[in-house]
Structures are given as C-alpha cells and as structure tokens.
Design a protein around this ligand. Sequence first.
Ligand SMILES: Cc1ncc(COP(=O)(O)OP(=O)(O)O)c(N)n1
Ligand SMILES: Cc1ncsc1CCOP(=O)(O)O
Ligand SMILES: [Mg+2]
Length: 212
Amino acid sequence: MTISPSFPYQLYLVISEKDCLGKDFLKVAEQSILGGVDIIQLREKKASTEDFLVKALKLKDITDKYNIPLIINDHCKVAEKINSAGVHVGNNDRSPSVLRDQQFLQDKIIGYSIEYLHQLENEHTKVSDYLGISPIFRTDTKKDTVTEWGLDGLSQIRSLTDKPLVAIGNINLSNVSSVIKAGADAVAVISAICAAENPEKAAFELKNQILK
Ligand SMILES: Cc1ncc(COP(=O)(O)OP(=O)(O)O)c(N)n1
Ligand SMILES: Cc1ncsc1CCOP(=O)(O)O
Ligand SMILES: [Mg+2]
C-alpha cells in the first residue's frame, strides 16, 4: 500500500474502557502501540467531561511516551486542555469548519465521519485532514449508524476524493486486506484490538496484513 504523506498512519485504534472488557485500558493502549498501532482515539461516549479529561490525561502520558498522536472523540474542550494531536467529529458534533477556525485546532488533525455521499461536497470535508468512512460493515460496537458502505461504497468514495480515508466498522483480520484493497489509507478498529485476549498480538497481526 502507499502511505499518504498527509496522514501517515495505517492502523488506528479507537479505545474506551468499556470496550476493553475488564482489561486495564491503559495497558491495552500500550500493548497495542507495541504491536504496531500508529494513532489512538479516545472515545468514551458515556463519560462526563471531567471523567473524560482524567482518562485523556492518563492516555496522553502513554501516547507521548511513544510519540503516537492522540485524537479526542467529540470532546473538543478536552482536546484543547490536554493539547491533543487532534479531534474526531461526526454529523452530531461540532462541525469541522467551525472547529478549524479555532486557534488551537488550526494546525491539528481534524477527522470527520462520512455517513452520506453528499458530505464529500461540503465545506467540512474540505477542511478535514481525514475522512472516517463510517461504517464499512455493520457493527455491534456502534449501533446508531446510517449507511453500511461496504467495500463497493468505499471504492466509490475513493474514486471521488483524494482525502485520506480511514475505514471503520467491524474490521478484523479476516477482512482488513480487502478494505485496504478497496482504497482505505488506514483502518480503525475497536473490538479487534480492545476485546482481544492479547491486544499486542492482535495489533501486530492486523498491521502485518495492512503492510502486505
Ligand atoms: C476514525 C473514526 N471514524 C468514524 C468515527 C465515528 O464518529 P461519529 O460519527 O462522531 O460517532 P461517534 O464515534 O461519536 O459515536 C470515529 N469515532 N472514528
Ligand atoms: C466508532 C465507530 N464509528 C463507526 S463504526 C464504529 C465502531 C467500530 O468498532 P468495531 O471496530 O468494534 O466494529
Ligand atoms: Mg462523534
């Protein structure tokens, strides 16, 4: 695969404490980095801002230690407080074009979820650094989704934009190669790593498939 110069990350871990099924989420994060994860997003959908901030600070100690970017899901104020590498937002969040105007986010990574084809034409896509193609395959991890893009949908989006594409949704060892072949620049996973008995091994195997 070719590595996008503007988004040189291929294996993207999206993590929450709950998705780690009782394992220490900080250990899961560290092990996943050792296995080959290139970038991590903290996604705690039920946490208060205060709890999110506490988790984000702890996780940032680990990502900083390994020089891995930390992306914050939804909580843009927390992102600013901890000086994260960026934020990820979707259609129900603050919009990328408003966020890009904020001083703090001017040179940071902004990721934007694509749930409808027409979003490719909007100003938010234009100012975003990568597009989360959401979801590629239906997943129990996130049920409030709109379009199941499938591999054909991903290929179609690939033909319509040069933006870095991050594929997400039920991606695992058995389908990761086909997702890359369909045009993804990166693959984002939750359960394939967080729910694995051995997160380091799970990350290592996914990364090997991606790099093949
Ligand atoms: C890499 C990546 N892509 C898509 C999403 C989904 O974001 P969003 O649509 O805002 O939904 P929530 O994650 O907030 O439930 C993502 N988080 N990461
Ligand atoms: C956050 C998110 N956005 C679209 S699908 C999804 C969940 C992905 O989780 P999993 O990798 O376990 O299917
Ligand atoms: Mg969101």
